[in-house]
Design a protein around this ligand. Structure first.
Ligand SMILES: NC(=O)c1ccc[n+]([C@@H]2O[C@H](COP(=O)([O-])OP(=O)(O)OC[C@H]3O[C@@H](n4cnc5c(N)ncnc54)[C@H](OP(=O)(O)O)[C@@H]3O)[C@@H](O)[C@H]2O)c1
Length: 264
């Protein structure tokens, strides 16, 4: 399928690893020129070089923390006029005892997982409105719709994010701009691997990836029967960045192998 985005300018904020990288790969493969961001420079630059060489498109790395105003400004200066904006951001790690969460923990979660994406969108919606076209996709989390006691630093802020986009997407659709969210379930990514020790401690397991994955599979009935990798969601993200998705507005697409039962 031709995504019809050849030559378009795309930002993948959080594009050096995991689902952001996989999404960037699909956009580059379809011929979009990319700006990708991350906090860690080495992996970011390597990702940009690899994708540029592989797909023959321009991929510009910008070191920028999306949770901070300076980072969002650095991104805006590097790419003031994208056609496509995809955003992912790593929230604070899974929490232990909820009674020990402090106001500072909550502020950190909100700065990262809510204000970061909102402010990036706010920077670009006027530009897309002037162009009369734009695609925005947030890669958030299934815990936005399916609360989990150990994901309080991610789920509540993302529930607020999808509430915000539900309203804003309906306002901006008249200008040819669509905003949609992908809510991933359990994915084996670089980011998940970095949390193996946290998960192991939380669930009293050996700090070993196989042990943690086996625990997750045994304790979370995933009808599909496996934990996904980033390529299992990237095609959907790429479709939502395409002109082909012009009638998909304000949706929250859960990609979780069927783990959660919900009509909506
Ligand atoms: N993996 C899962 O099982 C799972 C489950 C549910 C939801 N999710 C959500 O899905 C999203 C992607 O997860 P993932 O597992 O693909 O993560 P990942 O492998 O850690 O990749 C995240 C990417 O975003 C960048 N990034 C993170 N925080 C950033 C920030 N503040 N500013 C700029 N760049 C940032 C990372 O690079 P740097 O670290 O160098 O900045 C990396 O390029 C996250 O929002 C996560 O909460 C994941």
């Amino acid at each position: 399928m031709d995504l019809q985005i050849k030559g378009k300018k795309a930002i993948m904020a959080g594009g050096s690893a995991g689902m952001g990288r996989a999404t960037a790969e699909r956009l580059a493969e379809a011929g979009a020129d990319l700006v990708i961001t991350a906090r860690r420079e080495e992996r970011l630059v390597k990702a940009a070089e690899e994708m540029s060489a592989k797909y023959g498109v321009s991929v510009t790395p910008v070191v920028a923390d999306s949770s901070k105003e300076e980072g969002r400004q650095a991104l805006f200066e590097a790419c003031p006029d994208p056609d496509i904006l995809a955003i992912t951001i790593k929230p604070p790690a899974p929490n232990g005892d909820f009674l020990k969460l402090t106001p500072e923990d909550w502020r950190n979660s909100v700065d990262t997982a809510l204000i970061g994406p909102i402010e990036i969108m706010r920077n670009y919606i006027p530009v897309m409105k002037d162009k009369g076209w734009g695609r925005i996709v947030n890669i958030a989390t299934f815990s936005a719709k399916n609360p989990m006691l150990w994901r309080l630093m991610s789920g509540p802020a993302r529930s607020a994010l999808i509430n915000y986009t539900a309203s804003v997407s309906r306002e901006v659709a008249q200008y040819g701009i669509t905003i949609n969210n992908i809510l991933p379930g359990m994915f084996q990514t670089e980011g998940a691997e970095e949390l193996i020790e946290v998960y192991a401690e939380a669930f009293n397991l050996p700090a070993d990836q196989d042990a943690v994955l086996t625990h997750f599979l045994e304790n979370n009935k995933i009808p599909a029967g496996f934990i996904a990798d980033a390529d299992d969601m990237a095609p959907m993200a790429a479709l939502l960045c395409s002109p082909l998705s012009r009638f998909i507005v304000g949706q929250n697409i859960v990609i979780d192998g069927g783990q959660h039962h919900s009509l909506f």
